[in-house]
Each structure stands twice: as C-alpha cells, then as structure tokens.
Design a protein around this ligand. Structure first.
Ligand SMILES: Nc1ncnc2c1ncn2[C@@H]1O[C@H](COP(=O)(O)OP(=O)(O)OP(=O)(O)O)[C@@H](O)[C@H]1O
Ligand SMILES: C[C@@](O)(CCO)CC(=O)[O-]
Ligand SMILES: [Mg+2]
Length: 388
C-alpha cells in the first residue's frame, strides 16, 4: 500500500515576524501543494533494509541503512507517535551526524534542515521500519510561501496515517481530510519539524497548512475565519533566495537592541491584523462595499509593509516590486519571512484585465515571476493506493 498526503502552502496577509513575538497574524492557504508518498519496503524489494528519501524538486536522493538509524536514536524515540516531542540535544547531534555524512552539495545545503526534520519525524512516528519516502512540491522552496511547513505537515500526515494514533479509513478512495483530533496531532508534529527548520516558529505556517482556509493566529491559538470575501492576490517571486531561520533571528536581535521601539512596532502590527480580521469577517452585500473593503485591505497591507521595513526584513527586489505596482495604484507587501522571496499585490475586483497584464509584464521584465494562486482552500489531505 502507498500512503499519499498533500499539504498546501500559504500566504501571510498581515503579521509575519510580529507573530513570533506574540502579535496577531492573518494567513490563508493557497492551492499549491507539497506531496509526500510513503511506501514500506516488502521483504522481496531491493531496499528492504534501508530508509530512502527522494527529494524530487532538488533531484537529490538519500538512503540510510536501518541499522544506522537504530544506532542514532534510542529505542524509546520510536514510541512517540501519539506524543509530539521536541528533538532533544542528543537527538539533534545524532541527526547532524547522519546528515553530515550525506555530503549535500554546498549550493543545496539549505536542504540539510529539511532532511533533519524528516529524520526526526520519521523515526519518532514510524520507528525503524524500512521504507521509501518521495517528496515533490508545486511551491517554490525558501520563498515565503511556507514550503517548510507544507513539507512538515505532509510528512506528519503520511507518517501518522499508518499508526494506531489516528483512525482513518484506508479503503476510502481519493483525497480525504482528517478528523479534528487527527488534524491536531498532525499539526503538533509538524510544529516539531518546523522547529528544526526555523529555530523559533510561531506555528502559523503549519497551522494554516494543516487546517486550510483563512486563519487569524495569536500565540498558538487559531481562529478559523469563514470569510465572506474572496480576495485576488498576485504573487510575485523575486527569486532571491533567503532563509527564514536567519531572518527570524535577525528580527529578534533587533528587538534586543531596541526593545521599546520594537514593542511598539509589534503592537502596531497586532492592531493591523486585528483590523484585517474584522474587515474580512464583515458581510459585503454589494459592489460598493466590496470596493471599500478592498481599499481597507490595501491600506492595511501598505501599513504592514512599512512596519516590516522597520523590522529590517525587506529587500531591494521587494522595493522594486512595490514601486512597480504603485505605478498602477496597486498595494503590495512582502509575505512570509521576507529578505527576498515573494510579494503579494491585491488585485481589486474592478481592476481591468489589461492593467493586470501590464503590471505582470512589467514585473516579469525585471526578471520576477508572477502568478495568481487560489486562496483559502482545504488543508492537508491523504489518500491510500492499494496495489492490485
Ligand atoms: N519540497 C521540499 N524538498 C526538500 N526540502 C524542502 C522542501 N520544502 C521545504 N524544504 C526545506 O525547507 C527549507 C525552506 O524553508 P524556509 O522556512 O526557509 O522557507 P519557506 O518555508 O519556503 O518560506 P517561509 O517560511 O517564509 O514561508 C528548504 O531549504 C528545505 O530545507
Ligand atoms: C516570519 C514568520 O513569521 C512567518 C514565515 O512564514 C515566521 C513564523 O511565524 O514562524
Ligand atoms: Mg518556512
């Protein structure tokens, strides 16, 4: 049997970085997914005594003899599936040595953290069973669209789906969602994976990937929003690579240097996210109020972007996107950790298709990549394939 899972990426409409320091943030899932396939080895298959990880997006494959995994982790690690647990200092060292031996090329060294998260989730949830795990993604990696969280959520879902800790119907055909209790467990394990990749995640990325839709999030508590509005967002990928862990650490250092000023910045972001939550909740019966709502969202996005600049997480390419879209009177803000990565631009309902085409053409002529993703869809899903 093959277990498949898919978990969506996300955009943050307001509140990134400040959410790590306790402010409210608002995020939405997008219809771009990371897929995980899990197949246990059968005694007759070639790799029956190893754990294989195939990362299709980067063209890399890794394999560990199960005996090496057993040596690295205490037996007790394999009994954790129902108890999401943080990787201990000893396990972190053991994982680092397993990953070092892979000799990942320098240009792809960012993958080391994703592989480490995989090793922790796999051994804690499935123990020491030989298997092949294949990962593919429609998301650009390390670009602010939550690729790390989608990876952790999809891994946790596929790994948990075949344990006694969750009850799922393996005979169900096609993609289906988990129950609430199961989703909660998937989300908690995914956060443990994110801790390995991000250092200090707020948990918003894995939560929106697990539950889907639009969520308002503060200090680990989520409010699921039944939004009455459909926002259309242009996503521009500056293609400048960045690393969320380093950017989050940079904001924390700035906070230590200027605690009073940064407290005001975080508090202003909190107010913006709360206001956005209210705006997205209000009923919008006619075209006029849709326009008014969009104008409010635009203004809140602009204010949030200014505060992100003061946190030090903008980038020259992000500023180029802001200047370009402003020429067409469109509001933009970075999304995710910033420092490059992706920028959101609200496309108002009444904006003509000609203007949309023009702004996209101008952004693409600067070397950026533009796309429009559907927002607010389902969270993580699983599917079982039985070989005939
Ligand atoms: N499909 C994938 N294959 C392999 N590794 C992945 C994949 N998706 C994510 N990763 C891991 O996650 C890392 C990127 O995580 P990072 O948090 O820096 O960016 P992001 O999650 O895309 O953006 P943000 O956190 O701002 O939303 C990669 O370097 C890699 O270690
Ligand atoms: C930058 C950050 O706020 C969002 C990354 O998508 C980090 C986090 O919340 O974990
Ligand atoms: Mg991330």
């Amino acid at each position: 049997m093959e277990v498949k899972s898919r978990a969506p990426g996300k955009i943050i409409l307001a509140g990134e970085h400040a959410v790590v320091h306790g402010s409210t943030a608002v995020a939405s899932s997008i219809d771009l997914y990371t897929y995980v396939s899990l197949r246990f080895s059968t005694p007759s298959s070639d790799n029956d005594e190893s754990l294989r990880l195939v990362l299709k997006d980067t063209g890399l494959e890794f394999s560990w003899p199960i005996s090496r995994i057993r040596e690295a982790f205490p037996e007790s690690v394999a009994l954790l599936s129902s108890k999401p647990t943080s990787c201990s200092v000893e396990c972190t060292k053991a994982i680092a040595s397993l990953v070092e031996q892979l000799n990942i090329p320098e240009a792809k060294i960012g993958l080391a953290s994703g592989v480490s998260a995989f090793l922790w989730l796999y051994s804690s949830i499935q123990g020491f069973k030989p298997a092949t795990v294949v990962v593919t993604s429609e998301l650009p990696l390390g670009s602010g669209l939550g690729s790390s969280a989608a990876l952790c959520v999809a891994l946790a879902a596929a790994l948990l789906a075949v344990t006694d800790s969750v009850s799922v119907d393996v005979n169900h055909k096609g993609w289906h969602t988990f129950g609430e209790k199961e989703l909660d467990l998937v989300n908690k394990w995914a956060l443990e994976g994110e801790k390995i990749i991000h250092g200090k995640p707020s948990g918003i990325d894995n939560t929106v990937s697990a539950y889907g839709n639009i969520i308002s999030f503060k200090s680990g508590n989520l409010t699921r929003m039944k939004s009455n509005v459909s926002l259309k967002m242009l996503i521009t990928n500056t293609k400048v690579g960045r690393n969320t862990k380093a950017l989050v650490a940079g904001v924390s250092e700035r906070m230590l240097r200027h605690p009073d000023a940064m407290a005001f910045v975080f508090s202003a972001v909190d107010s913006i996210s709360k206001e956005l939550t209210t705006v997205l909740h209000s009923p919008t019966p006619d075209e006029l109020s849709v326009t008014e709502m969009e104008e409010k969202v635009e203004e809140l996005m602009e204010m949030n972007q200014g505060l992100l600049q003061s946190m030090g997480v903008s980038h020259a390419t992000i500023e180029t996107v802001l200047r370009t879209t402003l020429k067409y009177k469109l509001a933009s803000k970075l999304t995710g950790a910033g420092g490059g990565g992706c920028v959101l631009t609200l496309l108002p309902t009444l904006l003509s298709a000609t203007v949309v085409d023009k702004v996209i053409a101008e952004l693409e002529s600067s070397g950026f990549q533009c796309f429009i993703a559907g927002i607010g869809g389902n969270g993580v899903e699983i599917s079982f394939e039985h070989s005939s």
